[in-house]
Design a protein around this ligand. Structure first.
Ligand SMILES: [Zn+2]
Length: 469
């Protein structure tokens, strides 16, 4: 799959020539090696970065993983030992549940001191730790990605726990991302389907970001950062049915599109190209579960389900504006503060969670109030935004059909564990109240309304498509 190298090369050229290049950060990912036997290229990829015989840290958790009939981790170690000295650095306890907390990061960083490079064999949390350790030691870092489950591998951010709270933290781009067909196919299928779910967020997050810029709340919108991911939208929907079978090439392609989506976030310097309303709903579901000490489904599985609902909100609100025009509301801070407290105090009676959300939300509301004349102009000239929105949004029915043919969950009740209807309704109704990012739920709230009845109406439309509760 030499096309992969071309993909990065073409991306580099496109980024350099972009009219909005001044808004983009440099692409720090050196290579993506993808294909049916990409793992065989690992030793040469390491040799391109460190001297022969150098010591290399091999970072992984303790869970056994397969690559076809082989045991993956011993296979990687044997490959590396032919040319390098290998220092195994094992993360987490024997049951494999690794947390990216301060203590774990410090211990692993110490364990990797003095090596010439880090090879991480992982997905998710351990890959995030690898990027943070590589940043701490300023070391070359190669990731053998073990699942096509999220888009967070190919960027320079790590989700780490700070005092128990998940925070996106600057870390370091990997030098090499290795996408090996038999390895990715051996991951449990729900993980690839979660990768699909994380990717479809482009259909709602990118119009959310454009909207945030149109209302003057987030001026950072970079069309090229959106386009490099969104250009794969059609291909992604067509790829979905192949994810239902044992099609290694399809899973590798999914992983490549995930990498491009990660790159889009990396060059944008923010998660906005693929994090909008759908991610805020997913975050609220996690917050509700955490307050009960419960687990939630895979990140991308939740995001796939919430993206369908967000796509319906987009469709519904656009139709309404076209029919009736856009009439804007400018609610008083006291009323919105009360609403934030009603939403979050039941989860955290101490009031700390509501206060944290309100401090973020208040900034958004303040900017909304301050932009009144600009917003009233936007309302009059909404039509000018339509062609750009047409390029970014998706027909929700098509989205549901693609996800269903892949075998991905499309309903909250199909998630593992399921999200109960009351929690889903609560998360949808209050998603815009948690942070300062502006999404379609905010525009609904500040125009025709985002109240219980509106949420119910959207869920009714979702049900008719085979999605929603
Ligand atoms: Zn995501």
């Amino acid at each position: 799959m030499g096309a992969t190298t071309d993909l990065l090369g073409a991306l580099r050229e496109r980024l350099a020539a972009a009219p909005d290049a001044d808004r983009l950060r440099p692409l720090g990912l050196g290579r993506v090696i993808a294909g049916p036997d990409a793992l065989a290229e690992l030793p040469a990829a390491v040799a391109a970065l460190v001297p022969a015989g150098a010591e290399v840290a091999l970072l992984a958790d303790r869970m056994p993983m397969r690559r076809g009939e082989e045991d993956l981790k011993p296979a990687v170690r044997a490959l590396l030992e032919a040319d390098f000295e290998v220092r195994p650095v094992e993360a987490g306890p024997a049951d494999g549940d690794v947390h990216a907390d301060e203590e774990t990061l410090a211990a692993l960083t110490a364990a990797a001191a003095g090596v010439a490079a880090i090879v991480t064999v992982a997905s998710g949390t351990v890959a995030d730790l690898g990027k943070a350790i590589a940043a701490a030691h300023r070391l070359p870092h190669l990731i053998v990605q073990t699942a096509a489950s999220v888009n967070g591998f190919a960027d320079d951010q790590s989700v780490l726990l700070r005092s128990g709270v998940k925070r996106t933290t600057p870390s370091r781009w990997p030098d090499v991302l290795l996408l090996d067909g038999p390895t990715l196919l051996a991951a449990p299928r729900p993980m690839s389907l979660a990768g699909l779910g994380d990717l479809v967020s482009m259909f709602t997050a990118s119009p959310d970001w454009l909207l945030a810029s149109a209302v003057g709340i987030d001026e950072s919108y970079a069309p090229t950062a959106v386009a490099i991911g969104r250009d794969h939208g059609e291909e992604l929907l067509e790829l979905a049915p192949r994810l239902a079978g044992d099609d290694a090439a399809a899973v590798v392609r999914l992983a490549e599109i995930l990498a491009v989506s990660g790159i889009a976030m990396g060059v944008a310097g923010r998660t906005a190209p693929s994090s909008g309303m759908e991610h805020t709903v997913s975050h609220l579901i996690e917050m509700a579960a955490a307050s009960r000490g419960a687990q939630t489904a895979l990140h991308g599985a939740k995001v796939g389900v919430t993206t369908i609902v967000a796509a319906l909100v987009w469709e519904r609100l656009r139709a309404r504006i076209e029919a009736d025009g856009l009439e804007l509301r400018f609610p008083e801070p006291a009323a919105m503060e009360a609403r934030v407290r009603r939403a979050f105090d039941p989860l955290d009676p101490s009031g700390a969670m509501a206060a944290e959300c309100w401090s973020d939300y208040a900034r958004k509301l303040e900017r909304w109030q301050a932009n009144r004349s600009r917003l009233e102009r936007l309302a009059r000239e909404w039509g000018a935004l339509q062609p750009r929105l047409d390029q970014l949004t998706v027909d929700p029915a098509r989205l549901v059909a693609a996800m269903r043919t892949a075998g991905a969950p499309t309903r909250f009740s199909e998630l593992d564990p399921a999200v109960d209807p009351d929690t889903a309704r609560w998360a949808l109704a209050n998603c815009h109240l948690m942070r300062d990012r502006f999404t379609i739920a905010d525009l609904a709230c500040f125009s025709s309304g985002w109240e219980e009845a509106d949420v119910e109406a959207v869920l009714g439309e979702a049900a008719s498509l085979g999605a929603g509760l």
